[in-house]
Design a protein around this ligand. Sequence first.
Ligand code: PA5
Length: 396
Amino acid sequence: MIKFDFETYVDKNILEEYKELVSRKEEVIEKFNNSRMIGWSKHIGKNNIDKINNTANYIKNNFDCLVVVGVGGSYLGSYAFSQTFKKYFKPHPFEVIYVGTTLSSKFLNDLLVELENKNYCINVISKTGKTMETKMIYNFLKDDLKKRYGEDKVKDHVVITTSDDGNELDNEPCIERFDIPQNIAGRYSFLTAAHLLPLATNFDIYEIVDGYYEGSNLIDEAFNYAGIRYLLFKHNKVVENYCIHEEHMLPFTEWLKQLFAETEGKDGKGILPMSTLYTRDLHSLGQFIQQGNKILFETFIRFKNSEIINYKSLDINSINNMVLDSVINAHSKGDTNILEITMDELSVRELSTLIYFFMLSAAFSGYLFEVNPFNHPGVDVYKEEVKNILEEIITF
Ligand code: PA5
């Protein structure tokens, strides 16, 4: 169960304005329903989930690890999800290595050393099949496989996830191929094979799917969140700080940053997302938040129940929550508006619901800001530059 509280720690005048903004709800929902890019709000279909699950089992039975090659919306969701549930100090049972976010020679050198004695499978994920970082690292790893097994065996180590638009990846030989539907933008593709296949190696994806669709019951909450953020922005609160208290959720905040920044940051508009881990960052950014430039508001993501472990016969999770309440009080006294999203517990099902909630809010927010929530023309500018440079010097 997910609860969203925007009334306790938001200025009264903004709450008054919110009553008027609610009149735009119908218009926003109508624009959303009329968009052709909301494939992610429809059911993925049992056959697709079964195919993903069977392929994950094949990978687990035949390889030592899975190397996911992708960037942005093609990896952040599954990376965020899997990291959130990783045990501290222990890897997941099946090893999944994410690459594609850096062209660092040190990283790629260390990667080859790490993979040297491992029989690995590549899952290359790119909706367009044209992203140069993904293309380069995929070909780099294919060269490694060629050296080890010979050219004709490379295909036995590759699973492809792309859009069936005839792009280069679409024509590559492989073990299995998955589609990222045309009507789903990268950052909204959590419930496609782009994220579910890497996750299926360590998670019950049927549970993820069930939890995800529970988010469709949160239309009112999603609009409230989008709406109040929009009004805070109008009151010059142009930065949103996502506050978490579980270090393993830091990648989840990276997913959030991408979702909202790519959705809203257009035409000179949008809220700049950032994140803090509490209590760690109370000893650094906390100073700015308490007494610095009042440009930001905070969104706390917390959960009520967690592991039961006591200290001096006190439940540590209750202590943690009391500390967070004090932080909220302190920041609120320092004139920071605060929103709170509370889950019952950090479970696979609830996090999946939360993902849908945030995607819905982001889309609604795009319509409130009057920008297209599903494109990213700014990212395309840099992609084009990189493509021009790399294509001059490399033949893939
Ligand atoms: O959300 C998006 O659309 C982007 O972040 C893309 O996912 C990212 O640029 C990677 O694109 P592609 O999957 O085409 O390689």
